[in-house]
Design a protein around this ligand. Structure first.
Ligand code: ZN
Length: 324
C-alpha cells in the first residue's frame, strides 16, 4: 500500500470509529489519475452496505459494474476525456476547462433525488473544482452548504490553490504526502508511459519538473551530445549542439534537463550507486562520460544560468563559454 493510500485509510478509519464523516472532502497532493483512484474507492466505501468497501455486498457489486445510481460524477468535458470518465455531457463541445452551470444543476438535481438503495447514502465526486467559475460555482456552493441528509461530496484537485476559497472553506481538506519515485513510476506506466523512460520522468516529476514523454528522449539526447562534445574537446561539434539546444521551445526546461544530467555525471564520478541517478536508463552512456569530469564547473554555470534565463537572456549566450 502506498503512503497516500495509507494516510487516507487512517483518516477514514478515524471517521468510522467516531461515526462521523465530513459532508465534503477536498483531496489533493497527487496526480489526477491517482486521486481519482483513491476517491473512487472512498466513494465505494461510503456507499458499501457494510461501510468498508467490502467488494461483496450488493452496493459494492453494482458500484464495481459502474452502474451505481447513487454515485454521481461531475467534471468538465476536457477533464472527463483526459481521465476516461464515463459521463454524459450535453451542450457545445469546447476545449475550455470549464464545468458548465447546466452540468452542475443537472447533477445536483439527480443528487437531490431519494437514494436508490436502502442504506441511503449518495456520493458526488467532483473532479478539479478549480474548473468551476462564476455561476457554476454558485450553483454548487448552496449544496455544499446544505448538502442534505446522507450526502457525501468528494472533491479532488491537484491544484488546490486554484480552487475558490468559498468552496475550500466548506470542505475538510486532506493533502496526501508526496509520492515516492516508485509510486510515480507505477502511475506513469499505468498511464501508458514507456517503462524505460518512466523511472526517469518520475524522478524529474518528483523534483517538480514535468516533461512530456513524446519528445523527451530526443531533447535529452541533444543535451547528452552537447555534454559528450565537451567531454571529448570537440569544439566544432559543441557549438553545433549548442545551436540546436538553443532552438528548443522551452529553454528553462532544457536547462533543467542539462543540470539534472550534469548532476548525474558528478554522482557517477564520486562513486555513488547508480540507484541514486535521475537518468537511470542512461547509466551506461553517462558512466563513460563521467570519467571526463569533474563536471562541477559546468553544474555551476548551469545553475547560474537559471536566474539569467528568467531575465530573458539567451540560452546560447549563457552557455557559450561553458566548460566541464
Ligand atoms: Zn460492500
Amino acid at each position: 500500500m502506498s503512503a497516500q493510500e495509507d494516510r487516507l485509510k487512517q483518516v477514514v478509519s478515524g471517521w468510522q470509529s467516531r461515526g462521523q464523516w465530513p459532508h465534503a472532502l477536498l483531496l489533493s497532493g497527487a496526480s489526477a489519475p491517482f486521486l481519482l483512484k483513491l476517491a473512487t474507492h472512498l466513494a465505494k466505501t461510503r456507499l458499501c452496505l457494510t461501510g468498508t468497501g467490502c467488494g461483496h455486498c450488493d452496493s459494492c457489486r453494482v458500484f464495481e459494474a459502474g452502474n451505481h445510481l447513487d454515485f454521481h460524477l461531475l467534471a468538465s468535458r476536457v477533464t472527463a476525456e483526459e481521465l476516461n470518465l464515463n459521463i454524459d455531457i450535453e451542450g457545445p463541445t469546447t476545449t475550455r476547462r470549464l464545468i458548465r452551470k447546466e452540468q452542475v444543476s443537472a447533477t445536483l438535481r439527480q443528487l437531490s433525488l431519494r437514494a436508490q438503495r436502502e442504506q441511503g447514502w449518495r456520493v458526488l465526486l467532483l473532479v478539479n473544482p478549480e474548473e468551476l467559475h462564476g455561476a457554476s460555482a454558485n450553483a454548487l456552493l448552496k449544496s455544499l452548504e446544505e448538502p442534505g441528509e446522507r450526502v457525501f461530496f468528494i472533491l479532488i484537485s491537484n491544484q488546490p490553490r486554484a480552487v475558490l476559497e468559498t468552496i475550500i472553506s466548506r470542505c475538510q481538506q486532506l493533502t496526501l504526502p508526496p509520492p515516492t519515485r516508485d509510486e510515480l513510476t507505477q502511475t506513469l506506466i499505468e498511464e501508458g508511459c514507456d517503462p524505460t523512460l518512466a523511472q526517469t520522468l518520475a524522478e524529474l516529476q518528483r523534483r517538480g519538473l514535468h516533461f512530456a514523454e513524446s519528445d523527451f528522449a530526443g531533447r535529452r539526447q541533444l543535451v547528452v551530445s552537447w555534454l559528450a562534445a565537451m567531454a571529448n574537446n570537440q569544439d566544432h561539434q559543441r557549438l553545433l549542439n549548442l545551436d540546436q539546444i538553443s532552438k528548443d521551445q522551452a529553454p528553462d526546461q532544457i536547462l533543467e534537463l542539462a543540470l539534472s544530467l550534469t548532476l548525474d555525471l558528478m554522482r557517477l564520478q564520486s562513486g555513488m550507486p547508480t540507484t541514486e541517478l535521475t537518468h537511470r536508463d542512461l547509466t551506461h552512456q553517462l558512466r563513460e562520460l563521467a570519467q571526463a569530469g569533474p563536471w562541477i564547473n559546468l553544474s555551476q554555470t548551469l545553475a547560474a544560468a537559471r536566474p539569467a534565463l528568467k531575465r530573458n537572456l539567451r540560452l546560447s549566450s549563457l552557455l557559450m563559454g561553458a566548460t566541464i
